[in-house]
Every structure is written in C-alpha cells, then in structure tokens.
Design a protein around this ligand. Structure first.
Ligand code: AMP
Length: 395
C-alpha cells in the first residue's frame, strides 16, 4: 500500500494538486501533480508524474459551466484511483490565502474552523471562497479524510506591530485593517532550505524576492518574517504581472470620483489590467517582454526592476542592514538578466554578482568577495503544505 498526502490549491478558475508519498522516517516525495484549468469556462485536466511523463491531458467530459471544484476534484480522484490502485490517502493539505490576524500556523479543519475561515472572506474576497469551496468539496466526498489549512499570511505573524500598521486611525488596525503579507508558504520553504544549506546566512538579515506572476519581497531574520512588501491585500508592494503594486490611495479616489469608474472597474484595473501588462500594453509574461523590442516593453521591465530596488532598500532598512538576498519564483528562478539588473542597482548594499554563476542559475550567485551574498532557491509551496499537513496529522 502506498500512503500519500494530497495538496490542493484552489483558485477562481483552477484546481491545482500535488500528491506526495509518505513514508515514516523520510521526507515526502512528489508522485504526481497537475491541475484542472478553465473551471467555469472550458475545463481541461492535465497531470504529470514525477518524471514529467504526461498522465492526463484532456478536456473534462461535461465541458460546460457547471464544472466546479467538486467536479475538478472528482477528475483528480479518478486519475489517482486509476494510476495508484493501492493508494491510501492520509490527509489533504490546502493552500488558504488568508488566516487573518489570528492564525499564525497551519490549522486542522473542522466544521467550526471552516466557519471561522469563512468569516475572513471579506479580507480576501477574490481567493478565500475558492479555497473554501475545495475544502467543502473534499469534506463532502470524503468526510473521513483529515484536512489542514496552510495560510499565505501565517508566516508573517511574527512581524512586530510597527510593520503591520498603516497610518490610519488606530481603530482601523483593531478592525483588522493591517498589513498581513502574503506568499508566506514560499518564504517559509525558501527560509527552510537556506537554514538547512547555509545556517549562518539564514541566521542573518535576509531579503527574499519572490518574483513570479504575483511578486513580493520579505525581510527575514533567523527564518522569521520581519517585514513584507505586501500589505492588506496582494496588491501592495512590487509591480506584478497584472497588479499595480504600491499605489497612492488618492489615485483610487480620483478614478472613482473624477473619472466616475465603478468599484468593479477599479478592481479590474488594479488587479487584472495593470502591472507589466498595463505598462507595456503587450503582455504580463516577463519572457515576452524581455524578447520584445518595443520601447513600452523595456519601460515595463525597467519599472519592475526599479520597484524591486526600492523595496530592497526599504526592507534592508527594516532590519538595519542586509547580509543576503535570495531570488525565487518564476522570474527569480529563471531570469538571469533580471537578477543581474537588480543586483547591479544594489551595489550600495554590498552586493556584487558573479555573472557566470548567475548565468548558470547556480545556488550561490554572488562574487566570492561580495560582502552581501546572493542566492537562488527554487520555491516549493506544495511541499511546504504537505510537510505542514504531515505535522498537523502527527505523522
Ligand atoms: P510564477 O508565477 O512563479 O509561475 O512565475 C511566472 C513568471 O515567470 C512569468 O512572468 C514568466 O514569464 C516568468 N518566467 C518563467 N521563466 C522565465 C525565464 N526563463 N525568463 C524570464 N521570465 C521567466
């Protein structure tokens, strides 16, 4: 019998899964991963095993609007049954975007705790309902299976209050309007790898740059979050694929009052039509922009790097210094040119890059005598969730 932990990451139109084999006294091993995309429009199921061999790549049979997370889950369960007839699922770990001010650690789910997470939906209306839909779908299909919620915000609850404040009346903070920070599972994983491989570096003042389609940066000391570029929502901080990043709140008022945009139009603008896509007018995909000769593409890339430089200075200030910079996520892991440009603008922080190590995507990419070291650590949020689930289930 193969024992395993299932990890689910449910979005508005997708349901991603990873299956990890569990063996007592060894780390978890990825068996297969995949996703149902196009939920609500044209659902399509893709899955690969750990050798990257395709196990499924097909539209779901009832290709209509009624396909939701339950049907997506059914497709995943059917595949797992077919591929691994002797599989015993031990539990399911979910990525849940918001744990509010209260949840600083993963949470074993019960009807009561699911209700508490529903109460946090107003803090993340675009994501939390989908996370909870997948939790409910599993509870309905397999009430016997233990489930664990792992929060994107939890890692940041170690931050001092000063880093969670806005300059609003204090009762706003008390009402929950505070800087929560996101991408916490990525930061936690990357910090754990750094601690394992370079414990002395991990004990110091580290900034991790999670540069993907969503992008943020986090100041981490002794593997604990000190400050984050993301705030109340996943809009703040760095410019992203389609999100604005840091924006004067007065712009929102201007759009509403002077340009008469509706709240929905402003939301759409800030989340879906801004960022690399909005500035370039070409694409939200960094690869496309780097390959383009259009001046607007270059401008968008310049601004992306500029915002990272400013946040890096700000996060270094929050720790009174900087010992190491770590790159992760799609752009951070794969784009030598973006890493090089960020590092060139951070020479004043004692950063000197090794161009050969950087071009070769090595683990340490700073020059041998660089006072501040630079590292490249691929993120693995799914493994982090599976590990948390294992711990929560006492396995
Ligand atoms: P993620 O959200 O972590 O999957 O990252 C997605 C982003 O990574 C997209 O903007 C991709 O264009 C970018 N990306 C992936 N590979 C590369 C690459 N080789 N060079 C530049 N950007 C890349």
């Amino acid at each position: 019998m193969t024992k395993a932990i299932l990890v689910l990451n449910a979005g508005s139109s997708s349901l991603k899964f990873s299956l990890f084999e569990y063996e007592a006294a060894s780390d978890l091993h990825l068996m297969t991963k995949g996703q149902v995309e196009g939920i609500g429009t044209a659902p399509h199921f893709v899955a690969k095993d750990h050798h990257n061999q395709i196990l499924a790549d097909q539209p779901l049979p009832e290709s209509n609007q009624s396909i939701g997370h339950s049907e997506g889950l059914h497709a995943i369960a059917t595949l797992l049954r077919d591929q691994y007839p002797d599989l015993k699922l031990l539990g399911v770990g979910h990525r849940v975007v918001h744990g509010g001010a209260h949840y600083a650690a993963p949470l074993r789910l019960t009807p009561g705790t699911i209700g508490a997470l529903e109460g946090l939906t107003p803090l993340a209306p675009l994501h939390q309902p989908h996370n909870l839909a997948a939790i409910r779908a599993v509870a309905e299909a397999r009430p016997d299976l233990p489930q664990v919620a792992c929060f994107d915000t939890a890692f940041h609850r170690s931050q001092e209050q000063i880093n969670q404040l806005f300059g609003l009346p204090y009762n706003c903070y008390e009402r929950g309007i505070r800087r929560y920070g996101f991408h916490g599972l990525s930061y936690e994983y990357v910090s754990s790898v750094l601690k394992q491989q370079e414990p002395e570096v991990a004990a110091g003042k580290v900034v991790i740059a999670h540069l993907g389609n969503g992008a943020s940066m986090c100041a981490v000391q002794n593997s604990k979050s000190v400050a984050s570029s993301m705030g109340f929502t996943a809009l703040d901080g760095l410019m992203m694929g389609t999100r604005t990043g840091n924006l004067d709140a007065g712009v929102v008022l201007y759009l509403l009052q002077q340009e008469q945009l509706s709240v929905q139009q402003v939301e759409e603008l800030l989340y879906k039509r801004s960022g690399l896509l909005g500035l370039s007018g070409i694409s939200s995909d960094m690869r496309v922009l780097l390959d383009s000769h259009e001046p607007q593409a270059a401008l968008a890339v310049d601004y992306f790097v500029h915002r990272i430089s400013r946040e890096l200075g700000s996060l270094a200030a929050s720790m009174n210094g900087l010992d190491a910079l770590v790159f992760t996520a799609g752009i951070g892991e794969n784009s030598a040119i973006i890493r090089q440009r960020v590092c060139e603008q951070a020479q004043w922080l004692g950063i000197e890059i090794d161009p050969h190590a950087n071009a070769a995507n090595e683990f340490c990419i700073s020059a041998i005598d660089s006072p501040t070291t630079v590292w490249l650590i691929p993120s693995n949020e799914e493994l982090m969730i599976a590990r948390h689930t294992r711990t929560q289930l006492g396995l």
